[in-house]
Design a protein around this ligand. Structure first.
Ligand code: ATP
Ligand code: MG
Length: 299
């Protein structure tokens, strides 16, 4: 491993994020080359956390744009503050003023409500980390608009003209692949696919995030999680579920996993009615036996 990558890996670990060399390399390069990082992977594998960790490593602000179906430029970039504009008109009055003067009065920077993209571009105290979360939920049109912004970090507001980035932000985009991201955006970014963690990595994540956990329990939980993911489930549990489950087991003062403990706390791991039914029908014992032997868990 290159020393730069090892240093990034260590820095991420200091912030509580366990990263294998591929993740550390992507983060190092995104940082060194100031290129957007596109992170794809299943739910709960640690995509969003990469942006949070990066902002802590760089000791800078995290600006988050949460995408959803129907998100538009107004929500992402800017809106005019109508109340302030109206108030200004009322106080100053319009009588005897040229239309251009009135326009300048109300279409000024201080009447602008900055939304995440504009805030990321205009931030004065050094570059922030801009997290564009769940880009797959936005539509193609919004993606095209984003591509434009990410290409030159300049936006044009018709009434004000172009605004260029004071500092080019560090950008992390995440996607759960509910919609395919276009090639143009992919080409613009570094690409990182995050898998569900293998056993040893998950044990380390549990220890890093829930330091009070006893070693044996962490290992048992991680191996049962591997067994869960070996099943054909509608919603495979991610690391988020692993950590929830660990904390729940500890709150219940259960320090080893038996069939009863798993059944009672299944709601921490499985979030789909069919998955719960299927697993209970097959028997939790079979799952535990599969996990302990380390072999294939599928019945
Ligand atoms: N490698 C890791 N090291 C430490 N903690 C991790 C790691 N991966 C995931 N986590 C933890 O797991 C939880 C879920 O991570 P995160 O929210 O980043 O997942 P996600 O991939 O963005 O999920 P979703 O697709 O549901 O948004 C967080 O609490 C995060 O801290
Ligand atoms: Mg996320």
């Amino acid at each position: 491993m290159r020393p730069e990558v090892r240093e990034t890996q260590a820095a991420m670990e200091r912030e509580g994020y366990i990263a294998e060399p591929a993740i550390a390399t992507a983060v190092f390069l995104a940082r060194a080359m100031r290129k957007p990082l596109l992170v794809e992977g299943d739910a709960g594998v640690g995509k969003t956390e990469i942006a949070k960790v990066l902002s802590r490593m760089l000791d800078t602000e995290l600006i988050r744009l949460q995408c959803y179906e129907g998100i538009d430029v107004n929500t992402a970039l800017y809106e005019w503050n109508y109340q302030r504009q109206l108030l200004r008109l009322r106080i100053a009055g319009t009588e005897g003023r040229e239309p251009t003067e009135v326009e300048q009065m109300i279409f000024s920077r201080d009447c602008l409500l900055e939304r995440p993209l504009l805030r990321a571009i205009t931030r004065r105290d050094g570059p922030p980390v801009l997290l564009i979360d769940e880009i797959d939920r936005a539509d193609d049109g919004f993606e095209a608009f984003l591509l434009e912004v990410l290409s030159d970090f300049q936006v044009t507001i018709p009434e004000l003209g172009p605004i260029s980035a004071t500092h080019v932000p560090y950008v992390v985009l995440t996607s759960n692949r509910t919609r395919e991201i276009g090639d143009a955006l992919r080409r613009r970014c570094f690409y990182l696919y995050v898998e569900h963690p293998p056993l040893e990595k998950e044990v380390r994540i549990i220890r890093a995030r829930v330091p009070d956990v006893v070693d044996g329990l962490a290992r048992e939980i991680a191996s049962v999680m591997q067994a869960f993911r070996g099943r054909r489930l509608h919603k495979a549990p991610g690391v988020a579920e692993t950590l929830d489950w660990t904390r729940a087991l500890m709150a219940l003062r259960l320090d080893r996993l038996d069939a009863d403990a798993v059944e009672e706390t299944l709601g921490c791991v499985l979030k789909d009615h069919h998955d719960v039914r299927e697993l209970t029908a097959q028997g939790v014992d079979a799952l535990l036996a599969g996990a302990r032997s380390g072999g294939p868990a599928d019945a």
